[in-house]
Ligand binder design. Structure first.
Ligand code: SME
Length: 157
């Protein structure tokens, strides 16, 4: 049985350092992918109060909405479309400081102002992307990229 997350830190780096071992402990004890993606989404949302945190899973030739926390979102995204489809296509993390300046950005929520999308890569293939949206501009940087990438590497896909 999981206990409440212990969240005492205030700086971004320290928050990640406190949160990630707790999420790792949760997901290492569970082999079900959906359960683990759901807990990772919930933990990130609770710790950082992001607008939206969730996964899109690669299914055939498109991304399909997976476990998430936040407002309802678009269910399917084509390869190369939006930030998520671009991250999948390029197999690269994309940090968007201002979504209005990203050509082709897909606005699932009018409150989203900045965004980071990180691909999950297994056997050289993107199998899913983690998408995190903020209601403020310029929220994400290499600190988020580093810690979120480490966290994704721990998920058994
Ligand atoms: N903004 C994303 C779409 C997903 S929602 O933000 C949850 C994109 O451009 O791919």
């Amino acid at each position: 049985m999981a206990e409440d997350l212990k969240l005492t830190q205030t700086s971004k780096e320290e928050k990640y350092k406190e949160l990630i071992p707790q999420l790792n402990a949760l997901i290492q004890g569970e082999e079900d992918l959906i359960a683990n993606l759901a807990n990772v989404s919930a933990g990130l949302k609770e710790a950082f109060q992001f607008l939206w945190v969730g996964f899109y899973l690669v299914k055939q030739d498109e991304l399909v909405l997976g476990p998430f926390q936040g407002p309802v979102a678009c269910t399917r995204i084509q390869k190369g479309k939006g930030v998520c489809g671009n991250s999948w296509d390029k197999a690269q993390t994309i940090i968007v400081p201002d979504v209005e300046k990203f050509e082709g950005h897909i606005a699932c929520s009018s409150h989203s102002k900045s965004e980071i999308v990180i691909p999950m890569i297994r056997n050289q293939e993107v199998v899913a992307v983690l998408d995190v949206d903020s209601s403020e501009l310029n929220t994400f940087d290499e600190v988020d990229e580093k810690h979120l990438s480490l966290l994704l590497n721990e998920i058994n896909f």
